[in-house]
Design a protein around this ligand. Structure first.
Ligand code: ZN
Length: 420
């Protein structure tokens, strides 16, 4: 059954969050610590020191991930991996990712303090740069570990024209080594990530823990509406081919798909741009940017067809032509059923209630799923807030997440073969 966390665990988690959040960009709002920034670089020395202090053997791999190893008793047994990230979005909070890194370090410490020696190596990772950045690419460290970073990715440029490869080099990492990081050459037993929910479900239901079922797929599109430029004072309403009105209809169509999703499904239009600069001209060219997310691949592919048809029909009724550019940002990634079962059993053994929960945000776990059976454990986020300064999870809730992680790691360690 669950025991109250020790005073030491609560203190270590609490001071960890406080000390890590002191590394932030004072010129930006919130607790900004973006990848490659000076506050980020400084914070990672702190994180490495924290790992060493917890008894881990620490190195930084070629991808810039901080890797701490707690040796197991069986040198040849595939390793267990846990971890998350410590970078933030611009204007971000103190818990997204950080809970998974501090929680993993605490889990390694608790295993040692309890006199437990796992059979397998326990590998604790602070993945480089998980959040999307000025290069438009998220999960840099886990992407490299899974050998999914490409040379085309390294050629991506930020708004100043600097390439991602150059940013890596400036940070002290060798770009040519990023495409062949030796993680994939080592068999792994399983990967588990502890994370804040970043949504309101657990808090609303009064549950301390969630076991993730799947991580959302994301389909994005840009729709370009082409109508006709006409005088806004003299052209009658019936004679117009107004691209802005067609885009407005499309925004509502996107919203109604999200509202009608059967399971987890959301749909968002993030930007509408008009080429018209004049206040007295009917807009003739408008671009709209939208995304749809779901853990249901069938719904996700169905929504693409429905939205394309509906938006085109509504635009045609307005005399407006429309073209679409769809792109897949992420396919749906299922958590391994075997890891979900183990995590659920570990939480049951603590005597705590939990729910299976989909993740509407992406995580390093998406890429680690290509290297090992993957699972995630969620703790509540106050008010469901995330990626903002108000993001908050209580130290007691983080400690409960650590307990669930320790139980999950022990049970996974005991399995002779990889969880399915
Ligand atoms: Zn995160």
């Amino acid at each position: 059954m669950s025991q109250a966390p020790s005073r030491e665990t609560l203190d270590r988690l609490d001071t960890g969050v406080t000390e890590l959040s002191a590394f932030h960009d004072g010129d930006r709002p919130g607790w900004t610590r973006e990848v490659f920034s000076e506050p980020y670089r400084a914070s990672r020395d702190w994180t490495a020191a924290r790992m060493r202090d917890a008894g881990l053997e620490v190195h930084v791999d070629a991808a810039g991930n901080i890797v701490g190893r707690l040796p197991g008793t069986e040198q040849s047994a595939p390793a267990l991996v846990t971890g998350s990230h410590t970078d933030t979005v611009d204007g971000g909070g103190r818990f997204d990712g950080i809970v998974g890194v501090l929680g993993s370090i605490e889990a390694a410490r608790l295993l040692q303090e309890s006199g437990t020696r796992l059979r397998r190596d326990l590998v604790v990772v602070d993945f480089l740069g998980e959040e999307s950045n000025v290069f438009g690419l998220s999960c840099l460290g886990s992407r490299s570990a899974a050998q999914e970073l490409t040379s085309a990715d390294l050629d991506r440029r930020d708004y100043r024209g600097v390439t991602l490869g150059q940013a890596y080099a400036d940070y002290g990492l060798e770009p040519s080594r990023l495409l062949d990081v030796p993680w994939a050459k080592r068999p792994l037993h399983a990967f588990v990530e502890l994370h804040i929910e970043q949504g309101p479900t657990l808090e609303k239901r009064g549950l301390p823990l969630g076991v993730v079922t799947a991580i959302t797929g994301i389909e994005r599109f840009v729709a370009t509406f082409a109508g006709a430029a006409d005088h806004a004072g003299t052209t009658s309403m019936d004679d117009r081919r107004d691209a802005m009105v067609a885009a407005a209809e499309a925004v509502l169509a996107v919203r109604s798909e999200g509202c009608g999703a059967p399971t987890h499904g959301v749909a968002t239009s993030t930007r509408v741009e008009s080429e018209s600069r004049s206040p007295n001209v009917v807009p003739s060219l408008v671009r709209m940017y939208s995304e749809v997310r779901s853990v249901d691949p069938a719904w996700l592919s169905g929504v693409k067809g429905r939205l394309t048809a509906e938006i085109a029909a509504k635009a045609a009724a307005l005399g407006v032509d429309v073209g679409f550019e769809w792109s897949t940002d992420n396919a749906v990634v299922q958590a391994a059923p075997g890891v979900q079962d183990v995590a659920g059993a570990a939480v049951d053994a603590l005597g705590l209630p939990w729910m299976p929960i989909p993740s509407g945000a992406t995580h390093d776990a998406v890429h680690m799923a290509d290297l090992a059976p993957m699972g995630m454990i969620f703790i509540p986020s106050k008010g469901g807030k995330s990626h903002c300064p108000e993001e908050w999870s209580s130290t007691a809730d983080i400690a409960t997440g650590v307990d669930a992680l320790v139980g999950t790691l022990r049970r996974l360690d005991a399995l002779d073969s990889r969880p399915s």
